[in-house]
Write a protein that binds this ligand. Sequence first.
Ligand SMILES: Nc1ncnc2c1ncn2[C@@H]1O[C@H](COP(=O)(O)OP(=O)(O)OP(=O)(O)O)[C@@H](O)[C@H]1O
Ligand SMILES: [Mg+2]
Length: 241
Amino acid sequence: MTSLSSSNASAFQPLLNLVNVSLEYPDGEGTLKALDGVSLTVGAGQMFSLVGPSGSGKSSLLAVAATLVRPTRGLVSIDGIDVTGLKGGKLTALRRDKVGIIFQQPNLLASLTAAEQLVISDHLRGTRLTEARSKAMELLNVVGLASCADKRPHQLSGGQRQRVNIARALMGEPKVLLVDEPTAALDHERRSSIVQLLRRVTDEFQLATVMVTHDTEFVPLTDAVATMRDGRLTTPALIAA
Ligand SMILES: Nc1ncnc2c1ncn2[C@@H]1O[C@H](COP(=O)(O)OP(=O)(O)OP(=O)(O)O)[C@@H](O)[C@H]1O
Ligand SMILES: [Mg+2]
């Protein structure tokens, strides 16, 4: 099995575990294998980068890991819970409590301030408003945006919007962070600072992070890299510290 646990196996706590996962879509007469026997283990504080050509299955892997799409075969577990058997409200609750998702476009609500974007997402989870507000300010501070709490998306740069997006994904205190091309819309300097931020929050909050990226130059900031090709994952290469 593909694992980032190299030396200290007994202390290794996999937060995200995919075992022999396949995902098939009907395609005319036959089926299209978006994922073909993918296995992957990511532990707390580990950041994994996923590269590969367009259409190779990278977003499909994230969708399955995020429990947004149920695999055709195989096992997905998050924080020790087998999610493949979960349905309905239990699955939604697990996703809400354990998974943070960051896409290329921040998808912020135009009428809300940076702080409100975070507060709303947490309040919808049932957190009390006062608590959600103080958590939002803490996280805006973590992503370097404390002074922008009252700004709306049109008053923020692309990089700042992506930072709000990252802070929002952290509001639910996830265990697993799934990130799909977070830097594609940004210039070089901002791309670099976003990947550095993802590295920092992975360490600080002990997340299991999987990042799909075309920026191979940022791969050295992560712990391991693997390539998707035709739905298959190569054995991850560990990045030397
Ligand atoms: N909902 C769907 N229904 C049918 N086929 C799908 C669906 N989603 C993805 N696919 C197919 O699965 C394969 C993998 O797609 P996926 O989006 O995972 O690729 P990707 O590696 O993320 O590509 P890109 O780099 O362009 O984002 C592709 O052939 C795609 O057409
Ligand atoms: Mg994709």
